[in-house]
Write a protein that binds this ligand. Structure first.
Ligand code: URA
Length: 210
């Protein structure tokens, strides 16, 4: 299957992303704007959800009206920064199920190590949207998707606020069947695997840690 990166270049998305990138943006503003942005991103990542129709009666006459087909959505947050995207997405799709995957990078091997995994049942029947604001090296993203596939997920999309070209290449080579949706593909990674120009550490920016 074809690897795809979809850049969400809507002007509102780009404007809000600039607010997040700005080092002067406070933690509370960062959180608020991230929530707004996640709504817009969720709108784009769900744009092609399959529809069916339902017979209803408007006050004037009957009609066959579009409704979402039965396939249920599952959002999976890659901890901890994924949670910052989750809330706005749940505002848009409150009926979605939610899973969590915890990964950290082993300082020796630089490989992702899983420390938490909890997902809803019947993943094979769901459209799974994995969320992590920063797709940097792509290792934890690919590791999270490996685990979701082992747990039965078949129809997966990945949503990141920002991505690095190196991370996208690594991710697509491991998971060519999983499209990545992102608001921007930045220039490169630095020697500490931070995205340049980026927005810093997304978790620290949203939770006020460091
Ligand atoms: N994770 C972050 O939070 N920021 C980066 O730039 C890269 C990974």
């Amino acid at each position: 299957m074809q690897s795809a990166t979809v850049v969400i270049d809507h002007p509102l998305v780009q404007h809000k992303l600039t607010v997040l990138r700005d080092r002067e943006t406070s933690t509370s503003k960062f959180r608020g704007v991230l929530r707004e942005l996640s709504l817009l991103l969720a709108y784009e990542v769900t744009r092609d959800l399959p529809l069916t129709s339902r017979r209803i009666e408007t006050p004037l006459e009957p009609m066959d009206a579009p409704v979402l087909e039965g396939k249920k959505l599952c959002f999976v947050s890659v901890l901890r920064a994924g949670n910052g995207l989750l809330e706005g997405m749940l505002d848009l799709v409150p009926t979605a199920r939610v899973g969590h995957v915890g990964m950290y990078r082993d300082p020796e091997t630089l490989e992702p190590v899983e420390y938490y995994f909890k997902v809803p049942a019947s993943l094979d029947e769901r459209i799974v949207i994995v969320v992590d604001p920063m797709l940097a090296t792509g290792h934890s993203a690919a590791g999270a998707v490996d685990r979701l596939k082992q747990a039965g997920a078949r129809d997966i999309r990945f949503l990141a606020l920002l991505a690095a070209p190196e991370g996208l290449r690594a991710f697509h080579s491991r998971h060519p069947d999983v499209p990545v949706y992102t608001a921007a593909v930045d220039r490169e990674l630095n020697e500490k695997a931070y995205i340049l120009p980026g927005l810093g550490d997304a978790g620290d920016r949203m939770f006020g840690t460091k």
